[in-house]
Design a protein around this ligand. Sequence first.
Ligand code: IMP
Length: 429
Amino acid sequence: MPEQGRCTVVVGCQWGDEGKGKIVDVLAENVDVVARYQGGANAGHTVTVTDDEFILHQIPSGILHDGKRCLLGNGVVLDIQRFFEEYDALRARGIELEGRVGVSLRAHLLLPHHRVLDQMAEDSAAEKIGTTGRGIGPAYEDKAGRRGVRVADLGNPERLAKRVAEALEHTRRRLEHVRRAPPPDLQAATAAALSLGERLLGLATDTGPEITRALQDGRRVLLEGAQGTALDLDHGTYPFVTSSNTTAAAAATGVGVGPTAIDAVVGVVKAYTTRVGEGPLPTALEPVMDEKLRRLGGEFGATTGRPRRCGWFDSVLTRFAAQVNGLTGVAVTKLDVLDTLPELQVATAYRLPDGSVTESFPADTWALSKLEPVYECMPGWEEPTSGVRRLEDLPKRARAYLDRIEELTAAPVEWVSVGTQRSQIIPIG
Ligand code: IMP
């Protein structure tokens, strides 16, 4: 019997946009299967291959390596139209996709009415979330409310029509509640999305058994998370979160394997912190520095183009992420963005309004906007790092910064990314 394969989860440890796409792309070279386990077209994974930039929203970043099988697990909410737009755009750019992409029969479909409801919720909310507008929350609401339409339903036109009619009626009632009429073209938009159903069924698979077989055959599997730990529905800064569990334990449920199938969890942390959308960012920078770091790091949303708020490295959050995800290793990204800064701050704890100091990430989201981070100041290295490929060639102060991140996060740094190119990565250990 072949030796059991290896299963690794890649998870974001901040508010998303940590550079997971780049890390998955690098790690994908040595795996056979890459599977997304949650989220949908709200994600935007940017990957640069030589001079070509690809922004992937639903198809796993592993697709840019020839021959790798790429799966969308049952935990994903699948926007069929955007999925095929992405699929066809990759094909038009010369990526061979035949037999390489699989979609879980158990995945829920994200349909046009979900986008309408997302917009309605944002318009009428007293406290806005600042969603990506991709319909993610309403699609997961339908799933939890047992009104969802799944890929498997596409195989039975009668059942499909019944379930879609029920979902649209539910939408109509919700819109009526806020005195709105459904858009006149909603039925037609739904029919257009579902006209791609046959095509999608051609890619359908049961991801749990497929991944289990791959592991039994000795193959290596990567489970790719979207968004980040602080956007997790249970563990993030609720309600300013996405509507799925982004953390590592959800990887097992989101593709259909048991937790014992997972061998390693790599947490991706940016060398500083960013956040897009509403909600607190404890280490937020003052406006001039915020603008500077945004420009240096090109911090604009890959999905919506919105400017990201920037902050210093927050080890209270990354330590929490190490605990909640059970990290076995860390990949630090965008270290080179800090190359020109004379001095860096790292948050080691939070001072609460009553003067007490905590090293724990508070469950009360509103407390996060009232506290003061306790900073440790570190000297910058003020030397370029983007050409460095070995740890020993990094400036001493950059190594000290990484050592401090490792110590405070309480998980070993295994990779450091110093640029967008595949080659701009420093493996450690
Ligand atoms: P939703 O996932 O579109 O419902 O948005 C909920 C929150 O998650 C908002 O604050 C979004 O800005 C944020 N969010 C969703 N996807 C991403 C992502 O891929 N990167 C960063 N933030 C995200």
